[in-house]
Write a protein that binds this ligand. Sequence first.
Ligand SMILES: NC(=O)c1ccc[n+]([C@@H]2O[C@H](COP(=O)([O-])OP(=O)(O)OC[C@H]3O[C@@H](n4cnc5c(N)ncnc54)[C@H](O)[C@@H]3O)[C@@H](O)[C@H]2O)c1
Length: 383
Amino acid sequence: MIKVSVIGAGTMGAGIAQIAATNGHKVCLYDSFDGAIETAETKLKKILDRLVEKERITQQDNEAILGRIIFTKDIKDVSGSGLVIEAIIENLEIKQKVFTEIESLVDEDCIIASNTSSLSIASIANALKKAERVVGIHFFNPAPLMPLVEIIPAVQTSESTLTKAKAIIDSWKKITVIAKDTPGFIVNRVARPFYGEALRIYEEGVADFATIDWAMREIGGFRMGPFQLMDYIGNDINYTVTETVFTAFYFDSRYKPSFTQQRMMEAGYLGRKSGRGYYNYLADTPKAIEDRELGKIILWRVLVMLINEAADALFLNIANKEDIDLAMTKGVNYPKGLLAWADEIGVENVLNQLKNLQTEYGEDRYRPSPLLKRMVRENKTFY
Ligand SMILES: NC(=O)c1ccc[n+]([C@@H]2O[C@H](COP(=O)([O-])OP(=O)(O)OC[C@H]3O[C@@H](n4cnc5c(N)ncnc54)[C@H](O)[C@@H]3O)[C@@H](O)[C@H]2O)c1
């Protein structure tokens, strides 16, 4: 079994190291910052102890998993790896520098992957002599619990790198989908309207946070409402993802960030982690207006925007239809795949609602995907 190295022992790196070691690999977890590696080791020990308490693993497993990991501050320990996954700070220059260093330490056939959320894999790969060995392997937080992993070949990535990388992650019992090297890959692109359209509905005064969340949960079947979820993710992080995607798409108005969220971030109302976001976690939870007619209007408006985004991702060959649906159900727990959902409610109904919104607002953000128009013309369904 190949040795796996993980670069960066933060939130994502520590989780990825845990997965690889649990699946029997010898693991090298490296971080260059004082204290980071010690913190990762202490946290991982606690997590594994808790898994023993919950009887998910035995004490023997616990010891074996820890025994397979070396926690190191010496980057030379990555030598001999078959796969390196980088999960350091989201900065292209720093990532490129670290990639160059790794390439000088590993064998010819070692795959070097990045867990980046927002940089292009092509730009990271460009730093290497052998760029064809680079691929994106994008986990979701918390990595040991979220089943989805997006695999992203860059223009330089060889077919064998892609096949090998996918086979390794599949063997870790993850659900892999293949996504084009474009901003947000699948999940962080297709999910934008879940936040953006909910914020817009609030800004127009249609409903308050609690009511919008109630509608999405109770009528839509989503596990969390958009405002609950933004508070959970953190308004700083969620806003930055939106802004990055918006900029990367050359300011396409479909991805425009919201002033409401920007102000939350500026005020330090980051969500659960700061005690206050859209909700005040130190006070009583506000009551939703449980009006089903209003709820359906809210759900329908967010849902058609999500379906439009999923259809457009398919139209532009970001991924195949099965992978687009899997990505949203397994990466962000949507109750149904968006394209399957479109079939259920009728593609023509989705298109008509988008056309109505576009006419009403005159904004490009509501433009329907050409794929929806074509499908209605040809009387087709996604499945
Ligand atoms: N947090 C998420 O939800 C999430 C999800 C998917 C992908 N990602 C991506 O994963 C990567 C890491 O994110 P994170 O949330 O784990 O960050 P983090 O800040 O928790 O951890 C980053 C770690 O990298 C270390 N580091 C920084 N520069 C380094 C260097 N030059 N050499 C070695 N170690 C270095 C830091 O000490 C820190 O321990 C980013 O590219 C991010 O976009 C994050």
